[in-house]
Design a protein around this ligand. Structure first.
Ligand code: URQ
Ligand code: ZN
Ligand code: ZN
Length: 487
């Protein structure tokens, strides 16, 4: 199976140039001007279009069992919808129940993900602690290709990690050379505010954002940053929705701490007015955590992305249909949290990022693909257009307009948070492992074609952190001599 992409302009995170790309055996074999078309190779005509690394969505939850139901998008339909929108890899989450073996949960999710159409990997959540968790984190790193561990600081009574779990898990991750990631909301505060609001008779979705104000996110972001700072472990904060969290990240990064920040396409474009919509289904369809925020937060998040305080974009694709959301009809605390977006992230970020001048095309590639590959240590296999990289590539027509709608999207959910939005700029072709999986509106994905992608530990930033730690090693005072022993 070989394929040649002719006549396009290649756009990577660091340069823009005209060249053809020849792919065979699932990888990029040759990049150069006016390449010969080898016998039997499929030709993709990219003239007048851009050619970019396929999008990497580092935050999805396909078929997640959550809040008494299961997300409606499975690994095949979700990765296919991603391919339709220019995303060629996801990093999903294994989320063990408290007291459940991490390895057992990992095997369960691996089974579900077998049906994926494009490549995938997993962050593993640490939702409880004892020696066996520490032990299994070691097995996951050394034998299962896991290099990132997730911690939900919210969801009290379910999967919330308290400070004891955070400190133990962060310490263990450092020993293993893994990065830690957090959902930063103070779960105790959320729990108290939820119950107070409900007791006051505020039972509708309009209470959801009131129960998790931006300060609740800012506190948790700061707490995670400070714990990571003291323990010398790199930290990645997922779905930053508020300037309260962004400011904590910017402060820490300004002081040289290795903290990375992710922002969702939805949080960049949607505000909290959605929760005051009179229609329950519309408002409930937007219930996710952290919630969509007042407008000034969107402005700050775009600035954070432009300034480099936030490095990646994602979707947190976690879909629940109206009948599922109706579980919270009389009690907002029971509305399954989650929204979709995997099919629209690339288009909405190009339209509101590149077409507005907020982002260059190269920055667009960085925040939709390359940075995630670097942080999660799979660059340049992923997120790059270089010889030897996986042939995960999109052909992008900057002039192509489309209007987003649940009526036409490929996502397996009955709602689209970007409903009615017209965006200019779209992938015309998506290539996964050197095969065309989407072309001019037609999905050609195959169930099970996706591969699990191992992610090695000790990314380069890790070594730097360990060197810093060594140089700051405290020296014991020799009480007999009364002098500090020479370092
Ligand atoms: O918190 C998450 O990331 C998962 C449970 C998806 N739901 C959500 O509201 N973000
Ligand atoms: Zn989350
Ligand atoms: Zn999530």
């Amino acid at each position: 199976m070989s394929l040649i992409i002719k006549g396009g302009t290649i756009v990577t995170a660091d340069r823009t140039y005209k060249a053809d790309i020849y792919c065979a055996d699932g990888v990029i074999k040759q990049i150069g001007e006016n390449l010969e078309t080898p016998q039997g190779a499929e030709v993709v005509d990219a003239s007048g279009q851009y050619v970019m690394p396929g999008g990497i969505d580092p935050h999805t939850h396909m078929e997640l069992p959550f809040m008494g139901t299961v997300a409606s998008e499975d690994f095949f339909s979700g990765t296919s919808a991603g391919a339709a929108g220019g995303t060629t890899m996801i990093i999903d989450f294994v989320i063990p129940s408290p007291k459940q073996s991490l390895l057992e949960a990992y095997d369960t999710w691996r089974g579900w993900a077998e049906k994926s159409a494009t490549d995938y990997s997993f962050h593993v959540a640490v939702t409880w602690w004892d020696d066996s968790v520490s032990e299994e984190m070691g097995v996951l790193v050394k034998e299962r290709g896991v290099n990132s561990f997730k911690h939900f600081m919210a969801y009290k009574g379910a999967i919330m990690a308290d400070d004891e779990v955070l400190v133990n898990s962060f310490t263990r991750a450092r020993e293993l050379g893994a990065i830690v990631t957090v959902h930063a909301e103070n779960g105790e505060l959320v729990y108290t505010l939820q119950n107070e609001l409900y007791a006051k008779g505020l039972t509708g979705p309009e209470a959801h954002p009131l129960s998790r104000p931006a300060e609740v996110e800012g506190e948790a972001a700061n707490r995670a940053i400070r714990i990571a700072q003291v323990l010398d472990v790199p930290l990645y904060i997922v779905h930053n929705s508020a300037k309260d969290a962004l400011n904590e990240i910017a402060r820490a990064r300004g002081e040289g701490q290795r903290v990375y920040g992710e922002v969702l396409a939805g949080h960049l474009l949607i505000d909290d007015s959605v929760y005051r919509h009179p229609d329950f289904e519309f408002a409930a369809a937007h219930v996710m955590s952290p919630p969509f925020r007042p407008k000034e937060h969107q402005k700050a998040l775009w600035q954070g992305l432009q300034a480099g305080h936030l490095q990646t974009t994602a979707t947190d694709h976690c879909c629940f249909c109206a009948p599922q959301k109706a579980a919270g009809k009389d009690d907002f605390r029971k509305i399954p949290n989650g929204t979709g977006g995997i099919e629209d992230r690339m288009g909405v970020l190009w339209h509101h990022g590149v077409n507005t001048g907020r982002l260059t095309m190269n920055e667009f590639v960085a925040v939709t693909s390359t940075n995630a590959a670097k942080i999660f240590n799979i660059y340049p296999r992923k997120g790059a257009i270089v010889e030897g990289a996986d042939a995960d590539i999109i052909v992008w027509d900057a002039e192509k307009s489309r209007t987003i709608s649940a009526k036409t999207h490929h996502q397996n959910v009955d709602f689209n948070i970007f409903e009615g939005m017209t965006v200019k700029g779209a992938n015309t072709v998506t290539i996964s492992q050197g095969k065309v999986v989407y072309k001019d509106g037609e999905l050609r994905t195959e169930k099970g074609a996706g591969r699990y992608i191992d992610r090695p530990v000790f990314a380069s930033y890790y070594d730097a952190l360990q060197i810093k730690r060594k140089t700051e090693e405290p020296t014991p005072v020799n009480r007999k001599s009364g002098k500090t022993e020479a370092a």
